[in-house]
Write a protein that binds this ligand. Structure first.
Ligand code: G6P
Length: 612
């Protein structure tokens, strides 16, 4: 959600910031802007509605200007429309200070009222302009940017990641965070600030992840991190262990397609090194739990948002089935605002690809405050959730850039299945099952590869339903969350209204919608409830529904009532979601692409939702 990039060093800041913003565009992309200090020690601000290319178009002259300090922003609107006036940077009333901001200043109306009482006026509808003017207000008292930022932040309630420059002090960037990620990149005689490592990775692999309530003052040669009470904080420098190629599209038309095709590898990375063949079990070292600890778990609470919540639902199904431990799965945004029952023998798992989702983070903190252990299932190493949990499991999916999550979902699901088997082996399941599981899991990457070979065929199916206005996804048991995920993918990127439903529940409502124009995408694999879903699909057929079935290789029966069948290889029940979701991802992708939509940056969405 919104991206921040700042640069100070010997090079020209403008192209570095523009390039960095492009790398962050997946986080927010409705408007963009940047501010530099020119050689006359004046602040210059460029802003434009739309994507970074729109910003570049209005500043060809500036591209030739040289400035070795600047800050930039790509926005996902919270307060005020996505237009040029509301775009960041915002400035103080004397046009000396420029600020870019991620997050929300919750008390901005009260602060704005006070500033208006002091004679201030405002151009935009944003909370950010209020913060910029407030910093300006304090700057007039002390003429010290760091002090002014600290004074303003002490009054601000809410979440922020900010970067600030001031034309009176042209060799300093001040940056701070609370609840919204911010890193300091350390180069050779240059520094970067960014909301995300992606923005700086071509320049440096050395980063410092700022913590909440920390402020960094950066000059060309040095930096100092303090907290709001002026105590000096010792910085821990981390080395980023991935490189630029992982955030490039390569030959793929979209990141989403690339990420779908990466799944044979990303799923393997999620289980690599975690299978203990000799004991027919699984080890998740990051949990730091002995078999005795695992046996003591009486209840599991899973908390997540979006796609991660869907993987949590699969987790519930497999953990309850293999380990017989009750599992509750809740949206983080709901969990944090009610009074959930957390017994002392409960453990909590928060699932988050980005590790930064504001609601998930708040739910994590609420669960910790109740004195139970909270573990994370995250992708982004060093993310806030990864750092604040008591331990956890990285899914190792690699960078996911497409806003619609694909490979993170299968990797999260893989980890949850591993967890279920690990808990199952200390409770209920025998070594023979453990062994079979390990053997079957090892075959999954190749089976995903086989499904990916149906890509062209799935595109042909997509052509036949690309103009639909609604779609229904049906599944039973652990395929119900897969149906939810398939429907979510379609909604997110094609803007077709879609719903996921447990197939039998269809009779209690959605069946009223079924006619020849309504595609029904059904997951009907050979398992214990195969016959049941077949009956449900006959009910759809009787109402002239157009059925696309995800079926087990070799199942001819489904052709009787399906217009199209996408076959997937057989595997054991608990691993089926890792296969059945792949055609649904491809179907959504091709429909959106055929509709000429912006697959990787769908309207109104953002990859990482750092506001509640
Ligand atoms: C946003 C993204 C989704 C993601 C959800 C949760 O809505 O667009 O793809 O599933 O946030 O994100 P997280 O990073 O916590 O998994």
């Amino acid at each position: 959600m919104c991206g921040i990039v700042g640069y100070i060093g010997k090079k020209n800041a403008i192209p570095i910031i523009i390039e960095g913003l492009k790398r962050l565009e997946y986080r927010g992309y409705d408007s963009a802007g940047l501010a530099i200090i020119n050689d006359k020690r004046q602040l210059e601000v460029f802003k434009q509605k739309g994507k970074i290319v729109a910003l570049e178009r209005i500043m060809p002259q500036a591209q030739r200007t040289f400035s070795n300090i600047g800050i930039g922003h790509t926005r996902w609107a919270t307060h005020g429309k996505p237009n040029t006036i509301n775009a960041h940077p915002h400035t103080c009333s004397q046009n000396k200070i420029a600020l870019v901001h991620n997050g929300i200043i919750e008390n901005y109306i009260a602060l704005k009222t006070k500033l208006i009482d002091h004679g201030y006026s405002f151009d935009s509808e944003t909370d950010t302009e209020v913060l910029a003017k407030l910093i300006g207000f304090f700057y007039q008292q002390d003429n010290d940017l760091v002090i002014a930022v600290k004074k303003a932040l002490k009054l601000a309630k809410g979440a922020y990641g900010i970067a600030v420059i001031c034309s009176d002090d042209p060799s300093r960037i001040v940056a701070a965070r609370k609840g919204s990620p911010l890193i300091l990149g350390i180069g050779n005689d240059e520094f970067f600030v960014a909301s995300d490592v992606n923005a700086v990775i071509i320049h440096t692999h050395k980063v410092i992840y700022l913590n909440d309530d920390e402020i960094v003052s950066i000059t060309k040669d040095n930096f100092e991190i303090t907290n709001l009470d002026n105590e000096i904080i010792e910085a821990i420098v981390s080395e980023v262990d991935w490189d630029i190629s992982t955030i490039e599209k390569g030959d793929y038309k979209h990141f989403m397609l690339k990420e779908i095709f990466e799944q044979p590898v990303s799923v393997e990375n999620a289980f690599r090194g975690r299978l203990i063949s000799k004991m027919s079990t699984v080890r998740l070292g990051g949990l730091n739990m002995t078999p005795a600890d695992l046996r003591n778990i009486k209840k599991i609470q899973i908390i997540a948002c979006g796609t991660s919540w869907h993987s949590g639902l699969i987790g519930k199904f497999v953990i309850e089935s293999l380990a017989r431990i009750p599992v509750d799965v809740e949206y983080a945004s709901e969990f944090r605002y009610r009074n959930p029952i957390i017994t002392p023998d409960t453990i909590v798992f928060v699932i988050s690809q980005s590790g930064e989702t504001a609601d998930t983070l708040a739910a994590l903190r609420e669960a910790k405050a109740r004195g139970v252990k909270v573990f994370g299932i995250t992708n982004v190493v060093g993310s806030t959730i990864a750092r604040e949990t008591d331990g956890g499991v990285y899914i190792h999916a690699g960078n996911e850039i497409g806003v619609a999550s694909t490979k993170a979902f299968t990797s999260q699901t893989t980890v949850l299945i591993l967890l279920a088997v690990m808990l199952g082996r200390v409770n209920h399941i025998d070594p023979a099952y453990g062994k079979r599981f390990i053997n079957e899991l090892r075959l999954i990457p190749d089976k995903i590869q086989t499904i990916l070979q149906s890509n062209d065929y799935i595109r042909e199916i997509a052509k036949t339903i690309m103009n639909s206005t609604n779609a229904l996804y049906l599944g039973r048991g652990l395929h119900f969350p897969v149906a939810l995920e398939g429907a979510l993918k379609l909604k997110e990127i094609s803007y077709i209204h879609a719903e996921g439903y447990p197939a039998a529940e269809m009779k209690h409502g959605p069946i009223a919608l079924i006619d020849k124009n309504m595609p029904v995408i059904a997951i009907a694999l050979k398992d214990d409830i195969y016959d049941k879903i077949i009956s449900n699909l006959q009910e759809v057929k009787a109402r002239n529904g157009r059925i696309i079935t995800i079926a087990t290789q070799g199942d001819d029966l489904v052709t009787d009532f399906s217009q199209d069948v996408i076959y997937i290889p057989e595997t054991i029940d608990i691993l089926q979601p890792l296969l059945s979701v792949i055609p649904l991802q491809l179907l959504a992708y091709h429909i959106a692409d055929l509709r000429n939509l912006d697959v990787d940056q769908p309207r109104n969405l953002a990859k990482s939702v750092t506001v509640e």
